[in-house]
Design a binder for this molecule. Structure first.
Ligand code: MCN
Ligand code: FES
Ligand code: FES
Length: 932
């Protein structure tokens, strides 16, 4: 006989009597039984603070408090009890004012936590705030924490009566401008009040009869599936259907998924990926699904999934790219041909620019010839992968997920499921960030298979462990670089070979592999380059996009190699870089010109901070703690390689305008991007920002704007928005230059709906305007990118000699992302990217499934791992082909912050690491090797 506990509790000042399972968590009681979905659940195991509530005035992580431990009469405060739209708490107001959130998934947890602090301490210092969030383990993956601390400090002032909670319209610019200001994004009020529904929140409100889907994923990297036995599982309570590949075949699906593979150099046709691994076939990576249990509840589905027996024949896994390419290595796919005699290589991307540099390198007085390895960085979003599917009013298979390329996913999964693309509708849920992993379909085909097999709405949610081990990761690169300089410290040539570990699927691999050629030494004048990138199959995690896709790998090698070269040449690292900078008229490794050349001006801005940092490091180094300074430069693209394009539509309404497009919002600020851009383009109409309504990221309602990837949307969708706005203004303009009203347009029968379009455009080496074309397969030369973003990174670190522990004490970023639409958003992107760069440099990795399966095990940076002292300096060179002069910004801050840190470690203690992360163990090993 199962027992339930009835307790009377006060929730947000109201009495409730709740009957619940004693083993249920307080988070579940709050979310599922009380329906207060403002409290989110991230890690579910007490590591992230996303689920924070105050219980009897004390901050608790509600995901680890069992109902049995909640005392009768307990008083609980959730985010809903703090304030609501229209009556914000000072903390909620301050988070908006300071831009202290992005995706908003961690935000209720931070705000409730901060209330706990301010209730105790009315006048905290910034360090008190940081200590509090560290002690209470409040984690955020988006913001880099600085604006959160700003917000708490500001709220404290309000609560002390030193500051007024003013109207946000004060933040508008001259003549009511939104563009170029810190004006809050449209989703702000909802995110800080917990009323912004994420996928999991909507899922709890789905109709009766909705099934929960749990995947059966045997724990192996490589094995043949001999038998899947679900005879016991299907008899278990609540089980409605166990879906296998046989169900997909029965629907005439091919059970295969294909993504972008390449343009002819690949030996695979790209159809490697199975939706569900059938009997007789192979599991080729950890976490691959062989079956899905659809049951009435999550608990029942998970129980039954455990009862499915899978008989396996274990096979040797290839978990490291060097093993995969070793002569005689076993094959991940026997049937896919090797390239250039390299086992498991399925694509090659040569780069041939200028003359062969071999002779110059042989002659050069200073040469670096080094091998580098970059890690398999995990995305570590606070929200896990989740979503649901159902048939909509037109009988379309509708999938609401974290997709950041709704149209692409529609096409990618259609044939595999046996459904015409037009019969699939993909909608992006409000999401707790992606950082690119959702360029890959994850749950979409699985949910699709379940809805088809059951005919019922189906919901799937991974817990954090499943989320980490089953979703794709950053692809590790093994890089061999030979670069030389002459007596004057001028780079004379580059030989560059890189080997990309792409796991067992080829999807999205060619553009990634291209980056190794496009960005190796991109910030410098290098006439002569030879090299080649190879993409390889392994049995480790399949790779998808991760913010700056290919750049952190490439700059890890390039920016450390440049530092080593400077050291060999006896030249200061910044000085060496300045001598070699990419200057007006120089070409990038792909042979195209950059659209602007801001690097010298950026170095000029950086130099005083650099000199000051060097002096400080020297003065503050002791016998036990060595301090050092490191520099790096990153350039990254702001459009998809080649002939990128985007659509955006606009409709004039009686209340204002409505935009229709698929600028998917990970949390980066698509809402602000759309409103800021459209508001500026429609300035003659004098609209208020709230008069611009958005219908985003639903394939049934909005035209295709492409993926929210490659930091392309501000430029690409932005230009399409401007085009649509111009068309609307042209239609509204009267002969005297004034504008018709909506009613007049209707009365005169003038169209109020206008379609905007943009195709990526640049100036070629002759200065002529053309569209982007992509790269030549044989030489890696071409016109892949319309716009770029530029960053110079300065890291100041302290290395503890006894432990090898590195702390980043201060960080400076001088950037040029063109004209800035919204400063709060751009600064948030940059703080957050730097924090991820610190994780990439020092702690984050994904190698061992038993260790790297939770946020802490994976090395997620918490607030004290990220300095409060981060300086952001913006240069804004206007871009000819960007809306109002804008380029992108999202990925630049994660292009090359980590080599600055690695270079600073070397500067501090003489340990030159070529593998990341620079864990204390690796630094200590380096220190010991130095002594020996
Ligand atoms: N922006 C601006 N002014 C500029 C350039 C950009 O105000 N000159 C603003 C834009 O309006 C937008 C944001 O900055 O709100 C990012 O714009 P953009 O660089 O065009 O990037 P996308 O909108 O295409 O977003 C994708 C990009 C990528 S590729 C990844 S990965 C990423 C990122 O953005 N993932 C993120 N930032 C992220 N931020 C959060 N919080 N979560 C993620 O998953
Ligand atoms: Fe509760 Fe992470 S601490 S969800
Ligand atoms: Fe903190 Fe996204 S805003 S996790």
């Amino acid at each position: 006989m199962k027992q339930y506990f009835r307790k009377s509790i006060m929730v947000n000042g109201c009495p409730h009597s709740v009957v619940a399972d004693p083993e249920t968590t307080l988070a579940d009681v709050i979310r599922r039984q009380l329906g207060l979905t403002g409290t989110k659940v991230g890690c579910g195991v007490g590591q992230c603070g996303v689920c924070n509530v105050l219980m009897d005035g004390k901050l608790v992580q509600s995901c680890i408090v069992k109902w049995s431990k909640v005392s009768d009469g307990a008083s609980i405060l959730t985010i809903e009890g703090m304030g609501a739209p229209g009556r914000l708490h000072a903390l909620q107001w301050a988070f908006i004012k300071c831009g202290g959130f992005q995706c908003g998934f961690c935000t209720p947890g931070f705000i409730v936590s901060a209330k706990g602090l301010l209730d105790e301490n009315h006048n905290p210092t910034r360090e008190d705030v940081r200590d509090w969030f560290q002690k209470h383990r409040n984690a955020c993956r988006c913001t880099g924490y600085v604006q959160i601390v700003d917000a708490v400090m500001l709220a404290a002032k309000v609560l002390r009566g030193e500051e007024e909670m003013t109207d946000f319209s004060e933040m508008l610019g001259k003549d009511g401008a939104v563009w170029g200001t810190y004006y809050p994004r449209p989703s702000a009020v909802y995110k800080v009040t917990g009323t912004w529904d994420f996928g999991d929140d909507v899922a709890l409100k789905l109709p009766e009869g909705t099934l929960f889907a749990a995947c059966v994923c045997p724990e192996t990297h490589h094995a043949r599936v001999k038998k899947i036995d679900f005879s016991e599982a299907e008899k278990m309570p609540g089980v409605v259907k166990i879906v296998t590949a046989a169900d997909i075949f029965a629907n005439k699906g091919t059970n295969r998924i294909r993504g972008q593979v390449g343009s002819g150099t690949a030996t695979t046709d790209g159809w490697e990926r199975r939706i569900l691994v059938p009997e007789g076939d192979k599991i080729r990576q950890w976490g691959e699904s062989v079956a899905i249990v659809c049951a009435d509840t999550e608990t029942l589905a998970r129980e039954a999934a455990k009862a499915v027996k899978v008989e396996l024949e274990e096979l040797t896994p290839l978990l490291y790219v060097k093993d995969a390419m070793a002569p005689g290595a076993i094959k991940v796919y026997d049937e896919i041909a090797d390239i250039d005699g390299i086992p498991n290589a399925f694509n090659k991307r040569p780069i041939i620019k200028g003359d062969d540099p071999k002779a110059a390198l042989d002659r050069a007085p200073f040469v670096v010839d080094e091998e580098f390895y970059s890690s398999r960085q995990p995305h570590l979003t606070m929200e896990t992968d989740c979503g649901f599917g159902y048939y909509d009013e037109e009988g379309r298979l509708t999938l609401q997920t974290k997709s950041i390329c709704v149209y692409r996913h529609q096409l990618m999964i259609a044939r595999g499921l046996g459904v015409a693309p037009s019969k699939i509708r993909v909608i992006q849920n409000n999401m707790g960030a992606s950082f690119g992993y959702k360029v890959a379909p994850t749950n979409e085909p699985l949910l699709g298979a379940c809805v088809i097999a059951t005919g019922r709405p189906v919901y799937m949610r991974l817990d954090m462990k499943e989320h980490i081990v089953r979703t794709p990761k950053r692809s590790p690169f093994l890089m061999k670089v030979r670069v030389g300089a002459d007596e004057k410290g001028k780079i004379v040539g580059l030989e560059n070979h890189w080997y990309v570990d792409h796991g067992p699927y080829s999807e999205s691999s060619q553009d990634l592999t291209n980056k190794g050629g496009q960005f190796m030494l991109a910030p410098y004048h290098v006439d002569d380059i030879r090299g080649c990138g190879y993409t390889l199959f392994t049995n480790h995690r399949w790779s998808a996009a991760f913010r700056a896709y290919g750049a952190p790998q490439t700059y890890h090698a390039g920016e450390i190699a440049v530092d080593m070269l400077a050291e060999k040449a006896g030249i200061d690292p910044l000085e060496f870089r300045e001598r070699n900078l990419l200057r007006v008229g120089d070409t990038l490794p792909s042979g195209q010109k950059a659209e602007v050349y801001p690097l010298q001006a950026m170095v000029n801005r950086m130099r005083p901070y650099y000199e000051e940092a060097k002096a400080k490091a020297e003065a503050l180094s002791t016998d036990t703690v060595k301090r050092g300074v490191g520099i790096s430069i990153g350039i990254y693209n702001s459009n998809d390689d080649g002939a990128d394009d985007a659509n955006s539509h606009i409709e004039l309404t009686r209340d204002g305008v409505t935009l229709y497009n698929t600028w998917e919002d990970h949390g980066q600020g698509a809402d602000m991007g759309c409103v800021g851009t459209a508001h500026e383009a429609l300035r003659p109409l004098g609209l208020k920002p709230e008069q611009i309504k958005l219908v985003l990221s639903d394939t049934a309602k909005a035209p295709n704007s492409g993926a929210a990837a490659a930091s392309r949307c501000q430029v690409m969708v932005g230009m399409a928005i401007v085009d649509s706005c111009q068309k609307l203004l042209n239609a509204m303009r009267r002969p005297d230059g004034t504008y018709r009203t909506y009613d007049e347009m209707i009365a005169e029968n003038i169209p109020v709906y206008h379609e905007g379009y943009y195709k990526a455009t640049l100036r070629n080496v002759d200065g002529e305007i053309q569209t982007c074309t992509g790269m030549d397969d044989a030489t890696g030369q071409g016109y892949p990118f319309a716009n770029h973003m530029f960053g110079i990174f300065l890291a100041e670190v302290a290395v503890e000699l006894a432990t090898g522990k590195t702390t980043v004490e201060r960080f400076t970023l001088v950037s040029d992302v063109g004209k800035i639409n919204n400063f709060a958003v751009v600064e948030g992107q940059q703080y957050g990217g730097i924090a991820q760069g610190i994780g990439l440099a020092l702690s984050e990795d994904f190698v061992d499934m038993r260790k790297h399966n939770n946020l802490i095990g994976c090395g997620l940076p918490f607030i004290k791992d990220v300095p409060d002292a981060i300086r952001l300096i913006h240069l804004e060179s206007p871009r000819e082909f960007g809306p109002f002069g804008a380029s992108g910004t999202g990925e630049m801050p994660l292009s090359a912050p980590h080599p600055a840190i690695l270079n600073a470690i070397n500067n501090a203690c003489g340990v030159r690491l070529t593998t990341i992360p620079a864990t204390p163990e690796r630094v200590l090993e380096g220190l010991k090797a130095k002594k020996a």
